[in-house]
Design a protein around this ligand. Structure first.
Ligand code: C2E
Ligand code: CA
Ligand code: CA
Length: 400
């Protein structure tokens, strides 16, 4: 779940009533900084006048003066980076077209919603689903002390989510996802501890190295049983920028005797683009050593094809917002086709994340996407469950 409390949101709508309604919904989600504008020109004025850009733009389409589409074009021309939600009373088909247009322009579009706005739908596009259900635990429920102790006590374990070849249904590798086996609270998911760890670079590094130990042991076990898998491990932006830490990873893998090609390091597109200069050096070194390198959450950052072509990656992982529901959404198909084509040109493997529906699986397969990961295949599971899972599920996957 995204934390909205420190996000700045600009509502652009010519109806004061609609602005008020949107404002009250945002407040319910914990947003404290809300700006308003009555049309596109006013919105640009507000952005010029304020020292920080809004993080999220909630924009109506039909407005006097400058309408929503012109505003989005201006935002792109001026290279202003923010996430966009379109809100309009127009029909769904038009909304879909505008959503597709925005995506082609490279706008980070979160969704297009029909008026009247509801808490549920707005929360849905802002990544707040859990808030609506009302089960969200407080993100900061665990102290850093508790987390540090848990690392030392080996309470963090990896669960593994299969990644399979679409054409055959055969498992190619797994992604290691951290789980906290909390002595009191049971299994705790990353949304409740990763952010806290991320804020403390040194602890993140300790955390990642502890997981790497587990991954290497697990890989050896699988390989000894004749199962030739790769394991993908998530590396945070900060850790990735630290050359000393990267050396520690290289050393650990060398000492373990596991071949680096069996390990794929996942770094988000945003992390790479934030400091492309430093990233390129690190990526090049890891590639020279033979590690696999995956560009995670692809599509949510702003990498251009030219920039991507300079990154020595081996895999492109398309974020699930472009995958889920693709079989019936033309603008997602456009995005997927271009990502798949680009991966092919750059000789990268391409993975669709978040495959939940058989229809999406079939669409991706027809488009020539190489690999898929998602709940349709399996959720992440403890390492010792993988072999039995392969035994019981491979027939179902072959038939998909
Ligand atoms: P991610 O790297 O994008 O990992 C994929 C997330 O999507 C996982 O959530 C996975 O369980 C979930 N997922 C997989 N298939 C589906 C699907 O079909 N539908 C839906 N709705 N979700 C699906 P998880 O395990 O909760 O991890 C969340 C995030 O936490 C990860 O996103 C990653 O950014 C971070 N994370 C997890 N483990 C680690 C770690 O060891 N180190 C670091 N630095 N970050 C980690
Ligand atoms: Ca990942
Ligand atoms: Ca991802």
């Amino acid at each position: 779940m995204t934390d909205l409390t420190n996000k700045r949101v600009l509502i652009v709508d010519d109806s004061a009533l609609h602005r008020m309604h949107a404002e009250s919904l945002l407040k319910k989600m914990g947003v404290t900084e809300i700006l308003q504008a009555g049309n596109g020109i006013e919105a640009l004025d507000v952005m010029n006048a304020s020292p920080y850009l809004p993080d999220i733009l909630l924009v109506d389409l039909e407005m006097p003066g400058m309408d929503g589409i012109e505003l989005l074009q201006q935002v792109m021309q001026r290279n202003l980076r923010m996430e966009v939600v379109i809100v309009s009373s127009r029909e769904n088909a038009l909304l879909t077209t505008v959503e597709a247009m925005s995506q082609t322009l490279g706008i980070a579009i979160l969704g297009a919603l029909q008026k009247p706005l509801t808490l549920e739908r707005l929360a849905g596009v802002l990544g707040q689903e859990k808030l609506v259900v009302g089960t969200a635990p407080k993100a900061s429920a665990y102290s850093l002390d508790a987390i540090t102790r848990a690392i030392d006590d080996h309470e963090f374990v990896c669960h593994y989510q299969p990644k399979v070849t679409l054409a055959t249904g055969v498992i190619k590798g797994v992604e290691a996802l951290a789980r906290w086996q909390h002595p009191r609270d049971g299994i705790v998911y990353p949304d409740r501890f990763i952010d806290a760890i991320e804020r403390h670079g040194a602890i993140m590094q300790r955390f990642t190295l502890a997981l790497l130990d587990q991954v290497l042991a697990q890989l050896k076990y699988w390989h000894s049983g004749g199962l030739s898998l790769t394991v993908s491990l998530n590396i945070s932006a900060q850790s990735f920028a630290d050359a000393r830490f990267v050396n520690q990873i290289i050393k650990k893998v060398e000492d373990s005797g596991v071949e680096p090609r069996h390990l794929i390091l996942e770094v988000t597109e945003t992390a790479i683009m934030t400091d492309i200069g430093a990233s390129l050096g690190t990526l090049a070194r890891l590639r020279l050593k033979g590690f696999g390198l995956s560009i995670d959450d692809y599509g949510t950052g702003f990498a251009s094809m030219q920039q991507l072509s300079r990154i020595p990656a081996t895999e492109l992982k398309i974020d699930r917002i472009f995958v889920h529901g693709c079989h019936q959404r033309q603008h997602l198909i456009i995005m997927l086709e271009s990502a798949i084509q680009m991966a092919e040109k750059l000789q990268l493997s391409v993975v669709a994340e978040g495959v939940e529906l058989t229809e999406d699986w079939q669409k991706l397969k027809a488009m020539g996407c190489e690999l898929a990961q998602g709940y349709l295949i399996a959720k992440a599971m403890p390492g010792d469950q993988l072999l039995p899972w392969i035994k019981t599920e491979s027939k179902r996957l072959r038939a998909l």
